[in-house]
Write a protein that binds this ligand. Structure first.
Ligand code: LMR
Length: 334
């Protein structure tokens, strides 16, 4: 009996340890559309590193950058279907999902400073916007910054009248559509991964984006002019599939929340510098003329774009606008 008992114990131990080792890690597929060298690309890599460390390898994060898995609209479908678990789409891309309020972030010149923006995203309105994703099967975890957008084209774009008749690529936001129309341009919604080729072949004449996105997609190589207009903002909502997230063991979820908090701090701390460097690189490349608007030109742009806010108020709701006004007043920012 004894040897048999020993054999049973040893076998049981072997099985236990084997199953402990064989326990498959939880995989988080994190898909996004920009390169690894952007604020979002770096943030995703940082989250991977922190999440894997915090969970002692029980979670493995696979990052798929630069639309290698999915383009803009497809990735939201894939998240809802559970084919990927995590994304960080720009706030301009939630309209087609039915959450139009995020498009308030696209209103030209809405944020006088980054501090105002952060007080809005970190405050009750930022949280209530994330809650609107839950009926869509999505949980919002964090807001990540990219930065302020510039305009590009194949001619100097110094005055609103310079945009007349231009075909301008935009993200899928009705506010951006209204913005381009206010300038007299023809907006065209297009996936981010298609923009370089569309600019190169003349399918569109110009676009708007952050220096980091323009530089890492090499858009400046196929656009002769860039105007440092900083007329609008690009930021992201880091989101997960709700069923996946709710099904995680509670301790893992807490560890992942911690990793996300730290990855968010990191991303938001590097984004401004990353964009400044990218603009420098664009200048140094000598491929694009970089124009900085004079105060008088800036005033013309503001005047032309001011009506957009009124026009889209009904679509985006008043909550974000009121929060921006409140935080601007609190910080004495205009
Ligand atoms: C764009 O489509 O222009 C951006 O939203 C891409 C991104 O994710 O920064």
């Amino acid at each position: 009996m004894r040897p048999r008992f020993l054999f049973a114990v040893v076998t049981a131990c072997m099985l236990t340890s084997a199953s402990a080792y064989a326990e498959d890690p939880i995989i988080i597929k994190f898909s996004h559309v920009v390169t690894k060298e952007t604020p979002k690309g770096k943030g995703a890599e940082r989250f991977k590193e922190l999440a894997e460390k915090a969970t002692n390898g029980r979670v493995k994060v696979e990052v798929y950058p630069n639309s290698v898995l999915y383009k803009d609209k497809e990735e939201l479908d894939a998240l809802q279907l559970g084919a990927v678990q995590m994304l960080a789409p720009s706030l301009a891309k939630f309209g087609p999902l039915g959450v139009k309020e995020f498009e308030a972030f696209d209103i030209p010149y809405i944020f006088p400073t980054r501090d105002v923006l952060h007080r809005v995203t970190e405050g009750p309105v930022g949280k209530s916007l994330m809650k609107k994703l839950e009926p869509k099967g999505i949980v919002g975890l964090a807001y990540w910054d990219n930065g302020f957008k510039d305009m590009t084209g194949n001619k100097p774009l110094l005055h609103p009248k310079d945009f007349r008749g231009m075909k301008m690529r935009i993200q899928s936001s009705k506010v951006l559509d209204a913005q381009m129309r206010a300038l007299g341009a023809n907006p065209q919604v297009m996936a981010f991964s298609e923009v370089y080729q569309a600019l190169q072949t003349g399918v569109v004449d110009g676009t708007e984006n952050t220096p980091s996105n323009i530089y890492t997609q090499k858009m400046h190589e196929v656009q002769s002019d860039l105007t440092v207009s900083e007329h609008g903002y690009i930021g992201y909502a880091v989101i997960v599939n709700k069923k996946f997230w709710d099904g995680l063991p509670a301790d893992i979820r807490t560890q992942l929340e911690g990793a996300m908090k730290d990855a968010t701090k990191y991303t938001n701390a590097i984004s401004e510098q990353e964009n400044a460097q990218a603009l420098d690189e664009i200048r140094k490349s000598g491929k694009t003329n970089v124009h900085v608007l004079t105060d008088a030109e800036k005033a013309e742009w503001r005047k032309a774009l001011l009506p957009v806010r009124k026009e889209v108020e009904g679509r985006v709701g008043k909550a974000v606008l009121a929060a921006v006004d409140k935080e601007s007043a609190a910080l004495g920012a205009q």
